[in-house]
Design a protein around this ligand. Structure first.
Ligand code: GLU
Length: 309
């Protein structure tokens, strides 16, 4: 398609949903699936599905199949083939090799125990104190590989959370790209996958907001474009905890899809009519497509979603 006035090809809009198969989909994941899908589909864009099973020890057998089955039952249809991170090691290796060739990586011998005293970053992980940055101490061997994070602030305009700034070097330090267990880190996988799939916008839960600056650092070093980001409010249980496998959040598989999607639309501030769920799944989707507005999504929800906790 051409942009008539400038004769330039129109930029294709590409969004994605990227669940980790650590358990069944819960209400919080459904919110991310719905928001990311509506945002691109209402503007004629493509919506991709990626199963984030790069962290193989955390993947639960059968969980990915359950996720695909649930999405289909809820009326989601993704474009193209599902991408599985566990099958993309070669792509991560290539990106890793490019960073290594550019001198952007270093081997690190530090154990978790040795770093136990360092300061905490915003997301609760340990800030790397730089111990092995200038080279390994004699007799020590690299366990993991870290990115030499360049100094400076990263700034981005989040579609829901507003202007976000982070100094990754100061707040997080040199973060791990190849883990001590030989697996590539989520941060590298996500950046390579989004870039190779041509993803132009990332809508996901605000629990990942602290990862975004790290991902932008990587995009810049790898010469990838930075997508537009919008971080959706996080669904919580009655105790105020984020819905997750750890908090034993209820699976949405087997629940009434029309009801759950209407609750997700309500959670996202879209103001669906009270009786919409009774009209059935197809009508819910039609209403959502006709009314979606990112501007109405609240930054956070103070009320928990106990029905889904
Ligand atoms: N796999 C991540 C999760 O399930 C989402 C990552 C992302 O959307 O970038 O929480």
């Amino acid at each position: 398609m051409k942009n008539k006035s400038l004769g330039m090809p129109a930029m294709p809009l590409v969004g994605r949903f990227a669940p980790s198969p650590t358990g069944p989909l819960h209400f919080g994941s459904m919110v991310a699936a719905l928001g990311s899908c509506l945002s691109v589909r209402t503007r004629g864009g493509r919506w991709l599905l990626r199963i984030e099973d790069v962290d193989t020890p955390r993947s639960v057998p059968g969980a990915a199949d359950g996720i695909l089955r649930t999405l289909e039952a809820y009326g989601f249809a993704w474009d193209g083939e599902v991408v599985w991170q566990s099958r993309r090691t070669t792509a991560y290796q290539a990106a890793f090799a490019r960073l290594e060739a550019a001198g952007a990586l270093f081997g690190c011998a530090c154990t978790r125990k040795e770093m136990a005293d360092s300061a905490l970053a915003r997301d609760g992980t340990r800030r790397y104190p730089g111990t092995c940055r200038a080279g390994l101490a004699p007799g020590r061997e690299a366990r993991a590989w870290r990115l030499r994070v360049p100094p400076g602030r990263i700034c981005f305009d989040d579609g829901v959370q507003g202007l976000i700034e982070e100094d990754v070097a100061a707040d997080v330090g040199d973060f791990v790209l190849l883990r001590a267990d030989g697996l590539f880190a989520y941060q590298l996988a996500v950046v390579v996958d989004d870039a190779e799939a041509g993803v132009t916008e990332v809508l996901r839960g605000a629990d990942l907001l602290d990862s975004t600056a790290r991902q932008i650092v990587l995009q810049r070093l790898l010469g990838y474009p930075t997508p537009v980001y919008a971080h959706l409010p996080v669904a919580t249980n009655a105790a105020g905890e984020k819905l997750s496998k750890q908090t034993l959040a209820r699976s949405v598989e087997g629940q009434d899809p029309a009801r759950v999607l209407v609750d997700a639309l309500d959670f996202l501030g879209q103001g669906p009519p009270a009786d919409l769920a009774e009209s059935g799944l197809a009508t819910v989707w039609q209403w959502a497509m006709d009314h979606w507005s990112l501007a109405r999504v609240p930054r956070r929800r103070l009320a928990p979603t106990p029905a889904y906790g």
